[in-house]
Every structure is written in structure tokens, then in C-alpha cells.
Design a binder for this molecule. Structure first.
Ligand code: GDP
Length: 444
């Protein structure tokens, strides 16, 4: 999970100071030292850390904290605000050109995730903004790049413009824009060539494309897992191409978070999106404030809700709600719900978005272990249709058979049955109190 190490380290420090009714300069100093170490360990650029710590210290011994009734909490608020500012403050939006199509040029090193991100961004624009993008294969050097984009286009059922690899990328880009106008595509996303390292030839080509098509956005795609290198790459690209925003990929595998925290400060360009997995849906708008909350273990409920909204089938959710009201929720429904939760991504990532859940290690290990979910699934799959619908018929011999069939033990089967009953009871209470309220259904 992104920021795991940083979040773990900072949460201890935060706990220490939050409850304090009085905060001395010494307390602030100690906290600042801990935050500094945690950030350096997370591979945040040292100059960025130094400036940040100075701002935090200055504000934390200032009036807003010392005169507050809850100085401990106020200090944390300062840290959160400064982290938010560090990552760009407000979430920055994607441009919309006055006249269609809006042109987005994707640039970055080979392997950073440019082609994958081109597909993800197109998918995002269609799903969230109802747009119809045209993908453009302008990487004529990497042999598989055109195919890769065409395959992505097929998967997404989206048009891909290509002219093979014998045509100049500038001409490809221009022709693509003409086609987009004719076909009424309102966004054109150009996937350009990358190299393993920055070289002049590449930069020349990218500059030529940029000056001839004048894109509304130039997005630099960088791999967050490369830490400080990502910052250097971003700095060089920006210097030569004046990018308009950054897309940070592979945040799912970046436990440290240094790139995410330093890029805006070093390049002065906002992170607009983050890639959080290999699938086309694993893509999020980057919200500095939510990210800061996640790092400080305060959760990120808004992102969790958005994730649920994109991944949970609305019709199924409605049906489920009705079933819960009538208390006719069965093990089959339970299985379906589990599938939907799995679609939302790794449980650890979801947990990080729940306020306070980061601290509840016990909960994480005991109940939300993915391996346990596999057991739960196996147990339900070993039940007969009738048993799933009417768990009350379960007796000793049925339980034995199920345990054997699923490779688990009778006590595991018992535990699941008990949890299921408790869940049903809870649902009844919840739907009872929420009657009349229109919700999007419930996710496990
Ligand atoms: P390009 O050379 O810049 O076009 O890079 P690709 O789009 O071919 O991506 C390189 C590799 O990174 C592929 O295996 C992608 O699946 C993977 N990748 C891209 N974005 C992400 C991400 O956000 N998370 C993870 N885990 N993998 C990613």
C-alpha cells in the first residue's frame, strides 16, 4: 500500500501529541524531529523536508496553536494542512478546450506506464465525464507500443488512431486531430515515444509534436516507485517541455511515497492523477487533502465512497438493499458481495481509507485477511443451494461435510455461520433505523 511506512511512523507521533492539553516548544521540536525523520525515510527530497519542517515549526509554536483550546489537535491540523499544500493544495482539474477536441499529450520514460495510463485516462474521461476520446499511437519506435494501445482500445471499445511506424509522429498527431474533428471525438490522447533515459533526440521529437499540435495538457507520466529518480526525471522533462501536470503511476507498489510528496515542490507542477494498479479502473484523481489524511491515518472516506460507486453494480446494490430490509439475505448474496468487494481492490488499500483502521492492526489481521476470505468463499461454495438459502437447517453432519469439502474445519464453519447470523441481525437493525433513506446499498 502507498505510504505504508510513512503512515506507520507518523501515526505514533501523532497519537503522542493529539491528546495534549498543553503543547510546549519542546513537544513541537520533538514532533518536528520525528516527522522529519519519517519523511526522509520515505525518500522525500531533503530540501523539501527542510522547508516543510520549518513551516510546521513556525506555525506550531504560533498563536493559532498556543491559544487554541485543543493545542494537540491544532498541531496535527497544521501538519495536515502543510502536507496538503506540499502536494499541491487544491485538487487540480483537467483542461477542457474552448473548441473540441481537447488535446492531451502523454510523455514520459519507457516503462513508466504511459501507454497503460493513456487507456486509463480515456476510460476515466468516458466513465466520469461522459466524454468520447480518441487514442493516438504516436510511439513509432517501441515495436509493441502500437499493438498495446490497439489492444487497450479493443478492451475499452474505444477508437485508436495509428498510421504504423513509418510515419513521422508529428504527422500522426495532426492527422489524428483531423479525424477526431470529423468523428466528433471530444478528447484526443496522444501516446508518445519514451526512452530508457532522457536524450536529446527524444526531447526534440516531443518538442516538435508539442509545438505543432499545441496540446491543452501535456501530462508527464512518472513511476512513483523510482523515488528520487522520478523527481529528477520530472524536473528534466518539465524544463524542456513545460508539462502541465503529472500522472504518478504504480502508487500501489510505492510503500514510501517520496515522489508523491516531493514532485509538486520540486517541479511546481501538480499531480493530477495516480495509477494504483494494472487494470484500467485502477486510476484516481489525485486529491492532496485526502492523501494527507491517509498518510496521517485519518482515513479517506470520500475516495472509499467513490470507489464503491464505480465498482458496485447499482442494480445489484438496490436488490440487496431490499433483501436486507426483508431479512432475506442469503449466503448466495454474501458471496456476491464478496466478489464486489474484491473488485474494489486489495483489502489493505481499502482499509487505509477507513478512518482509524490503520491503527486497528488486530482487525486487519483477524478479519480482513485475504486468505481468510478465500476460506469463507470455499465454505459457502461447499454448501448446497438449500443450505445457502436457509442456514438454519445446518446440523452436525452437514457442517462436517462442508468443512471437508472446503478444506477447512468445523469450527471455521461454525464461526462463519455465527458471523453471518450476527451480520443479518445488524442489517436488520440498520435498515430498521434507516427506513425511508435512499442509500446505494451496503458494501461488506
Ligand atoms: P510505457 O512504456 O510507459 O508505455 O509503459 P506501459 O504502459 O507499457 O507500462 C509498463 C508496465 O507498468 C506494465 O506492465 C503496466 O502494467 C505497469 N503499470 C502501469 N501503471 C501501473 C500502476 O499504476 N500500477 C502497477 N502496479 N503497474 C502499472
Amino acid at each position: 500500500m502507498a505510504f505504508e511506512g510513512l503512515a506507520d511512523r507518523l501515526q505514533g507521533t501523532i497519537k503522542k501529541i493529539t491528546g495534549k492539553g498543553k503543547v510546549s516548544e519542546q513537544d513541537v521540536k520533538e514532533m518536528a524531529r520525528e516527522v522529519r525523520l519519517a519523511l526522509l525515510e520515505a525518500d522525500v527530497n531533503f530540501k523539501v523536508v527542510k522547508d516543510l519542517i520549518n513551516r510546521i515549526k513556525e506555525r506550531a509554536v504560533g498563536q493559532e496553536v498556543m491559544e487554541s483550546l485543543t493545542p494537540g489537535q491544532q498541531v496535527i491540523k497544521v501538519v495536515r494542512e502543510e502536507l496538503t499544500t506540499l502536494m499541491g493544495g487544491e485538487q487540480s482539474k483537467i483542461a477542457v478546450a474552448d473548441r473540441a477536441p481537447t488535446v492531451i499529450m502523454m510523455v514520459g520514460l519507457q516503462g513508466a506506464g504511459k501507454t497503460t495510463t493513456t487507456g486509463k485516462l480515456a476510460n476515466h474521461l468516458r466513465k466520469k465525464h461522459n466524454r468520447s476520446p480518441l487514442l493516438v499511437a504516436a510511439d513509432i519506435y517501441r515495436p509493441a507500443a502500437i499493438n498495446q494501445l490497439e489492444t487497450l482500445g479493443e478492451q475499452l471499445d474505444m477508437p485508436v488512431f495509428s498510421m504504423g511506424n513509418d510515419v513521422n509522429p508529428v504527422d500522426i498527431a495532426k492527422k489524428a486531430i483531423e479525424q477526431a474533428k470529423a468523428e466528433h471525438n471530444d478528447y484526443v490522447i496522444i501516446d508518445t515515444a519514451g526512452r530508457l533515459h532522457i536524450d536529446n533526440e527524444l526531447m526534440d521529437e516531443l518538442q516538435q509534436i508539442k509545438s505543432s499540435v499545441k496540446p491543452d495538457e501535456t501530462f508527464l507520466v512518472v513511476d512513483s516507485m523510482t523515488g528520487q529518480d522520478a523527481i529528477n526525471v520530472a524536473d528534466s522533462f518539465n524544463e524542456q517541455l513545460d508539462v502541465s501536470g503529472v500522472v504518478l503511476t504504480k502508487l500501489d507498489g510505492d510503500t514510501r511515497g517520496g515522489a508523491a510528496l516531493s514532485i509538486k515542490a520540486v517541479t511546481d507542477k501538480p499531480i493530477k492523477f495516480a495509477g494504483v494498479g494494472e487494470k484500467t479502473d485502477d486510476f484516481e484523481a489525485f486529491h492532496p487533502e485526502r492523501m494527507a489524511s491517509r498518510i496521517l491515518g485519518m482515513g479517506d472516506v470520500l475516495s472509499l465512497i467513490e470507489k464503491a460507486e464505480t465498482n458496485v453494480d447499482e442494480k445489484q446494490a438496490k436488490e440487496l438493499e431490499t433483501k436486507m430490509r426483508n431479512a432475506s439475505f442469503t449466503f448466495d448474496d454474501f458471496l456476491e458481495q464478496m466478489g464486489q468487494v474484491k473488485n474494489m481492490g486489495p483489502l489493505d488499500d481499502l482499509m487505509a481509507m477507513i478512518p482509524g483502521a490503520g491503527k486497528m492492526k488486530g482487525l486487519k489481521n483477524a478479519q480482513l485477511d485475504e486468505k481468510q476470505l478465500v476460506h469463507v468463499e470455499a465454505i459457502i461454495q461447499s454448501m448446497t443451494k438449500k443450505e445457502r438459502q436457509e442456514p438454519s437447517i445446518m446440523n452436525a453432519s452437514r457442517k462436517k461435510r462442508i468443512a471437508k469439502g472446503s478444506g477447512t474445519s468445523v469450527s471455521q464453519v461454525n464461526r462463519l455461520l455465527k458471523q453471518f447470523e450476527e451480520m443479518k441481525k445488524m442489517m436488520k437493525q440498520m435498515t430498521g433505523t434507516q427506513k425511508g433513506k435512499k442509500g446505494k446499498g451496503m458494501n461488506l
